[in-house]
Design a protein around this ligand. Sequence first.
Ligand code: THU
Length: 129
Amino acid sequence: MTKEELYKRALEATELSYAPYSNFHVGAAVLTKNGKVFTGCNVENASYSVSICAERVALSKAISEGFREIEAIAIAARSEDEVKSAPPCGTCRQFISEFGKDIEVIFLSPEGSLVSEKIASLLPWGFEL
Ligand code: THU
């Protein structure tokens, strides 16, 4: 699967996003090493800090189904009908990094090009036990 195809899956996942407070609809698509794709979206809450990001939903779906070998994760965002840049937040970087320093993270840059970078370069000095 190409990074463009995985990004497209993430963009499609924005359709299911529950974001009545921010109207910022995020989708994520996780590609496992054996070629399976798990998608997720952000799920907001009236108690704002309880909300969860799309990346952690998609990754948790993969992990909870027994897939821990992760190749890549793509993230996409949309506000109304406008596609937005969506690099992962710091919490999600730490969450992704738990499952492999070589995971490719794919997202749109503010200039509109598709970026693909290893999580280790997006999160230097991540916390480890
Ligand atoms: N959000 C994500 O889903 N992923 C990120 O990496 C950053 C932010 C969501 C959380 C919230 O629902 C909305 O985007 C606005 O912050």
